[in-house]
Design a binder for this molecule. Sequence first.
Ligand code: SAH
Ligand code: SF4
Ligand code: F3S
Length: 487
Amino acid sequence: MTDDVDKTADHNRKLFIETVGCQMNMLDSELVVAALRKQGYELTGDVQDADTILFNTCSVREHAEHKIYSALGRLKFAKNARPGRVIGVLGCMAQKDQELIFQRAPHVDLVVGTGQLAEVPRLIDEARSDRQRSLAVSLDRRDGTRTTVAESFQSYDPLREPAMRPSPYQAFVRIMIGCDKFCTYCVVPMTRGPEQGRPPRDILHEVRVLADQGVKEITFLGQTVNSYKHQQDGRTWRLADLLHAAHEVPGIERLKFVTNYPRDMTDDLLQAIRDLPKAARYLHVPAQHGCDEVLKRMKRGYTVDQYREMFARVREALPDCAVSSDFIVGFCGETEEAHQRSLDLIRECRFKNSFIFKYSPRPGTKAYDNLADDIPEDVKRRRNAEMLTLQNQISAEDNAAFIGRAVQVLVEGYSETQKKQGLDTPGPKQLTGRSMCDRIIAFEGNPRLTGTLVDVEIHDVTPTTLIGQIVTRAVQHGSGDLLPILV
Ligand code: SAH
Ligand code: SF4
Ligand code: F3S
């Protein structure tokens, strides 16, 4: 813990937090926990032991919300047994459901939306002292002008406590909040508010502070990260400018950014990645569907041909760049033929991986109001399985091309397999890390290598992982991460 912890605070405070959803939520939880640690809270993994219980929630699919509502339901008895406990719901579901959360789970004390997270420590204290419920949310998008709604969503980016990062060597940095694309299936424009870029000087200050703390890999976050725009000192900053500036920060070895919007994949961005050796050769650019009719109903703002054109420019500028995608199956009116077009796009683009989701109608979205959710669950499930099978086959085939070659890996620590087997086993440990093209690599090594860059020669693969051995001899580094072994 750092020296500026409030010594007057109650040091017996135990905090349990569960986080679901995307990287934005992981970052928000990290920052909320850091703020609470400064007030003397300690983290516990045991909900029964906690006197403050927080859920940082996601509304993107119904399933994510169910999970949280059932967890809240289970806490009713825990609350009755110890009424002094504070239970809080934070994040996207808090912004979306607001009062409904108190109705469905009357034992909840706090509901705090994504734009009000700075208030969490104060609201917990108030809930503990006056036992009043509180609701802190931003304006609904229909309840004000764009400016007033935007002002009610505040980006939460205090300086952090190094001890709270999942890894000392990697950090997320938010460059923008919100989304203005309004895809018809998606709640994010409602839960995260209007698209707003953070000032470049704040972002770069954060990058420098993180680098001084030992961070080597920065991942810039935004719902449509490549749409970033900000006016500062009489010029417009875009993502490419931020990458150039962050590239100069001493100590930073890798720069990544997620998630990209296909229409904003500009040539200046592709050139920046090509020219900056620390920029990852990896782009997550969700296509969502392979059929024009469906893309139109989703209001994605591009046709399949426009996606193909973007993809061809990526391949041209960055031949060694891995591209991954998201797809939704079973969207309203998706015919068997339309589904085949999505399979065709996976075949054609050969994505590194694809996240495939069954369409889940979300109240508050255009699709929910205007389009029937007419694809039966068993059809959605079958199409989902077909997409996954095809993508896995492609991932396995393309991963096999790495066999016999070496890749540069930023070591992240013990692999999940090693953690399951326990860390006290004798002999070398299985470690894991990622390559510059975001592939997961598993290999044996000394855990002290965590946070360093090593070269690993690949000798086996699965659809999701490359498996190899550390190369101790010198390997010549090129611009990408697919390195020929020198024999
Ligand atoms: N901002 C990102 C992703 C946001 S949500 C982007 O625009 O790409 C992450 C993914 O969840 C989306 O890419 C989409 O594939 C999926 N998703 C969003 N809403 C959904 C819904 N209602 N049902 C199923 N999947 C959904
Ligand atoms: Fe949702 Fe579309 Fe915005 Fe992505 S771009 S967050 S899918 S509305
Ligand atoms: Fe979920 Fe909110 Fe992220 S809805 S995907 S946690 S922006």
